[in-house]
Design a protein. Structure first.
Length: 632
């Protein structure tokens, strides 16, 4: 029997509608009377407020701007509302965060088109690759990214006339303006005032479940996990050449919006409030969870282009922000600057919702000391579920838990033999069914069939346990990625288990455990470690100490027999996820270099005479289990 949300979480009030686009669900005439929007559009907070300049548009104005921008886009792109293939009307957004980015998406939907949010971190070639994959016909960017956008557009033969500029704080603060031959979004909206009204959308029942609203990037459920928001200011580069484009329908987005708001009704006030919008709007976490669910509640999002600590703290203080949407690196940055944090009034903050990788107890404790009135809740989600699957609840929390399943989700755990795991505290691959599970991967039937099981079930590729709290409610614990499990003599080792222990050692700042090949064991666990500042021990001494730290806690097959290697930093996605693939490649490259060195030494070994007989000089050879492999 599938796992579901606890009984104290109300069910979805109605089945997510399949005959309206997202923007009509959020802002339409029936958004409150039929769809249960918490506050009338006229009574809601401005949907987006610039955290730097304070600029905003009321919810009523946003509705008007969607319509006017749609007119302007239709005129420039020569698109008819109810004609043409939806997937042939794709508008890509490659920009830093902006208060008008979602308006661009909704205006595209008003034309029966598809919005393609693209990470602002991408290089020219990566951007061009995404534009080609999604067959984007127009590109919206910001002034700081215009040169890159123009180069990528040229590669993809997108004409300059189909490139548009979003307003960002850099324009207003520095007195900059758009090039004369490129439309700004504001200018295009003004142009729309002079154009005739557009015909109404003509939708059939079920169209919202079939029609793609967003094409979002993901590595897929079987690849390198890209599960969380990207921090816009970081210079990390994701492996976008390997990314798949996920087809998210209008109903998928509406379903997750409903799931989020219904779940949070158990502890959130009915009064409209402001939340922090520092996560990049190109990622599903911000795109749906932060930006659109908040709006349906009647809340406002204070938008920042990226995470700069003092700018973020000032925005919280100035706007009285109540909810923080964060990823772990942001939380860590806050805890490492207590004097700066204490110089700001953050008393308005009541909840910090943190997605992505796990948070150490030390970080949680330090954050709690800095913001004692703020509760931290952790969650889990993915692009393939249109956002969130589960999140912590202030009414019932457990350390390390990703919280309860959202209403409308069914979950199963599948063991290595394909059988259902129905008991608590027993790991299995998480498979999910929900109206928010996406259509599939664009132009990739193989990946779609691999991820989607019969009956509408989605394979997540994540190893999960269901555990009960003291109150008897079921919580989701993500143990590891199924494909990241290390097999030592046939026994499974979860890297996350070792990492969560090693990170507690005072000399360890960061850690990633990966498998390295071994002739006898098959694989062995190896730890890559970044030393904590102030950790003065000699590397060999610290290596021995950390090995013993693990050996005293875990079974023999979980010992770090693959070695311990110290690095200055670990490769990560911008969300803070370890890029294990990079570390595995490094381990393989290092092992191959040692093998070649041994062969070269063996081939060139000089001979010595013993009683007139030549024999090879004895060579000392180190294998992967030797500590000496880590002396770089």
């Amino acid at each position: 029997m599938p796992f579901t949300s606890p009984s104290y979480i109300p069910p979805l009030p109605f089945s997510p509608p399949d005959d309206v686009p997202v923007h009509e669900f959020l802002f339409g005439q029936e958004s409150r009377t039929k769809f249960g929007r918490r506050h009338a559009v006229e009574e809601s907070k401005p949907p987006f407020i610039c955290g730097v300049t304070g600029a905003s548009h009321s919810a009523v104005d946003v509705v008007r701007r969607i319509e006017l921008l749609a007119r302007g886009l239709a005129s420039e792109l020569q698109w008819e509302v109810n004609e043409g293939d939806v997937l042939d009307k794709a508008v890509a957004i490659y920009s830093l965060n902006s208060i008008d980015a979602l308006t661009v998406s909704w205006a595209t939907h008003r034309l029966n088109g598809v919005s393609v949010p693209i990470s602002s971190l991408l290089s020219v070639n990566e951007l061009a690759n995404q534009l080609k994959k999604t067959k984007s016909k127009a590109l919206v960017t910001c002034l700081s990214h215009l040169d890159l956008a123009l180069k990528a557009a040229e590669i993809c033969t997108i004409p300059r006339s189909r490139i548009f500029l979003l307003e960002t704080p850099e324009l207003s603060r520095r007195g900059l303006s758009s090039p004369d031959d490129i439309w700004s979004i504001d200018a295009l909206i003004d142009h729309g005032r002079k154009l005739p009204s557009l015909p109404d959308l003509i939708w059939q029942p079920g169209q919202g479940a079939r029609q793609t609203a967003f094409l979002c990037s993901s590595s897929g459920t079987s690849g390198l996990p890209v599960r969380s928001a990207i921090i816009a200011h970081e210079k990390a580069s994701c492996s976008y050449m390997l990314q798949k484009s996920v087809m998210i329908s209008h109903r998928n987005a509406i379903a997750n919006i409903m799931q989020i708001v219904t779940y949070e009704s158990t502890y959130q006030s009915d009064e409209p409030e402001l939340c922090l919008g520092v996560l990049p709007q190109s990622h599903i976490y911000s795109l749906v969870v932060v930006s659109q669910a908040s709006i349906w509640r009647g809340d406002g999002v204070v938008v920042l282009q990226g995470f700069e600590l003092e700018q973020t703290l000032l925005a919280i203080q100035t706007n009285g922000i109540k909810r923080l949407w964060l990823v772990p690196p942001m939380l860590v940055a806050i805890t490492k600057a207590p004097r700066i944090v204490e110089s700001y009034d953050l008393s308005s903050v009541s909840v910090a919702a943190v997605g992505a990788s796990g948070i150490s107890k030390d970080v949680m404790a330090t954050f709690g000391e800095l913001l004692p009135a703020c509760k931290i809740i952790q969650g889990y989600g993915m692009t393939e579920t249109t956002g969130v699957v589960c999140f912590g609840n202030v009414e019932d929390s457990m350390d390390g838990s990703c919280g309860h399943l959202y209403p409308g989700y069914e979950a199963r755990l599948i063991d290595g033999e394909g059988k259902d795991v129905e008991s608590h505290n027993t790991p299995g691959e998480l498979v999910l069914r929900s109206p928010s599970v996406v259509i599939g991967y664009y132009n990739d039937e193989s990946a779609t069939s691999e991820a989607m099981m019969d009956g509408g079930w989605l394979r997540t590729g994540d190893l999960v346990e269901i555990r009960q709290s003291e109150k008897g409610h079921e919580h989701v614990f993500v143990v590891d990625r199924v494909k990241e499990l290390i097999k030592v003599r046939g026994l499974q080792v979860a890297p996350a288990e070792l990492e969560s222990h090693l990170i507690l050692h005072p000399a360890v700042a960061e850690v990633a455990v990966i498998p390295v090949p071994d002739d006898r064991a098959g694989e062995l666990p190896k730890a890559y470690i970044v030393r904590a500042s102030g950790a003065e021990l000699d590397e060999q001494v610290l290596r021995k100490e950390l090995s013993q730290y693990v050996e005293g806690q875990f079974a023999r097959h979980k010992h770090l027999d693959g070695g311990i290697e110290f690095l200055d930093s670990l490769p990560k996605t911008a969300s803070g996820k370890m890029q294990r693939k990079t570390l595995k490649e490094k381990a393989r490259t290092d092992a191959e270099a040692r093998r070649q060195a041994r062969e070269k030494a063996a081939n060139g070994v000089h001979k010595v005479h013993v009683n007139g007989v030549k024999r090879p000089e004895k060579m000392e050879v180190f294998d992967l289990s030797s500590d000496d492999e880590d002396d770089d």
